[in-house]
Design a protein around this ligand. Structure first.
Ligand code: ADP
Ligand code: MG
Length: 293
């Protein structure tokens, strides 16, 4: 299958024929592509333009690939292959044909509680894997970085299963506690308290982001927003948000309690991933679903 005419030809990427552009970033472009050997094998190729980056940005790129290489989880976008040339760095990723969760939110204004629960539980499983198993903080959890495989059929209130949700984009991710170990901090018997506090502090940023995500899914708009960036920053620093009428009127108190547990100013007062997964709203099963676990 020859490469599509209007698609660029990148050096060293001959195995994949680019089909269409599906994403854009500051230094990167993401394409849907197929294997030249078998056109059924579709992937996403993230092309990163090294020639536009300074040294620090190039270092971050190396980190991103390094971290992506270590990850293997159903709710994390899988890295299939990576390579680079002088000018470019490539990541061949498992394709998520449903695209960004962002589009779902903007399409439906807000997701109902059971659909939001389904989505956030899957994101939380990825976060649990990152925090507890890998010792990694994602640091950029937001709708644009949450992709999915749609379940056949439509997405809507009566269908509380959106499909498989996957966390993407490890460009801002960080390894904590040095080399990840099976039990985080397990090999840190000699580490000072502030090192463990540092870990708690950093994983907390993902929990805050989960709170913002859940708020946005249920309410249809983000918790902190102002056209003036200064005003917005002040709202974030004070965790100044409201469950405003009318959007929030029908939302359950349990859901609001969970959001409040995540959007706490002090990271140590924020729920961690274990507490999040144990929260009554998360453990609740919707009426239409048979009880699980
Ligand atoms: P950036 O670091 O530039 O934000 P991302 O890795 O987040 O790059 O990719 C940018 C966008 O490309 C995503 O928001 C998404 O829309 C799309 N994208 C990335 N990876 C995939 C994938 N595996 N499947 C489908 N779309 C993807
Ligand atoms: Mg991104």
């Amino acid at each position: 299958q020859p490469a599509k005419k209007d698609m660029p030809n990148y050096p060293g990427l001959e195995r994949w024929s680019l089909i269409e552009k599906i994403g854009d970033g500051a230094f990167s472009t993401v394409y849907r592509a197929s294997d030249t050997k078998s056109e059924f094998n579709e992937v996403a190729v993230k092309v990163m333009r090294k020639y536009e980056m300074n040294d620090k940005q190039k270092q971050k790129l190396v980190k991103e690939v390094e971290i992506a290489r270590k990850l293997k989880h159903d709710n994390v976008v899988q890295l299939i292959d990576s390579s680079e040339t002088r000018q470019y760095s490539y990541m061949v990723l498992e394709l998520c044909p449903g695209g960004e969760l962002y589009h779902q939110i903007t399409q439906l204004t807000s997701l109902d509680e059971s659909l939001s629960r389904n989505v956030i539980k899957q994101v939380a499983k990825a976060v649990k894997y990152l925090h507890e198993t890998m010792g990694i903080v994602h640091r950029d959890i937001k709708p644009e970085n949450i992709l999915f495989y749609p379940k056949s059929g439509t997405v809507g209130p009566e269908e509380s299963n959106i499909g498989v949700v996957k966390l993407a984009d490890f460009g801002l991710s960080k390894m904590i506690c040095g080399v990840p170990t099976m039990t985080p901090c397990g090999t840190m018997g000699y580490a000072a308290p502030e090192l463990c506090r540092e870990q708690k502090y950093t994983t907390g940023v993902d929990m805050w982001a989960l709170g913002c995500l859940l708020y946005t899914m249920l309410g249809g708009f983000p918790p902190f927003y102002d056209e003036d960036f200064q005003v917005m920053a002040r709202k974030v620093l004070r965790a100044e948000y409201t469950f405003a009428s009318p959007n929030w009127d029908p939302i359950s108190p349990e859901a609001k309690d969970l959001i409040s547990g995540l959007l706490a100013v002090r990271p140590e007062e924020r729920l961690n991933i274990k507490e999040f997964l144990a929260h009554p709203w998360i453990r609740q099963t919707s009426e239409s679903q048979p009880p699980s676990e």
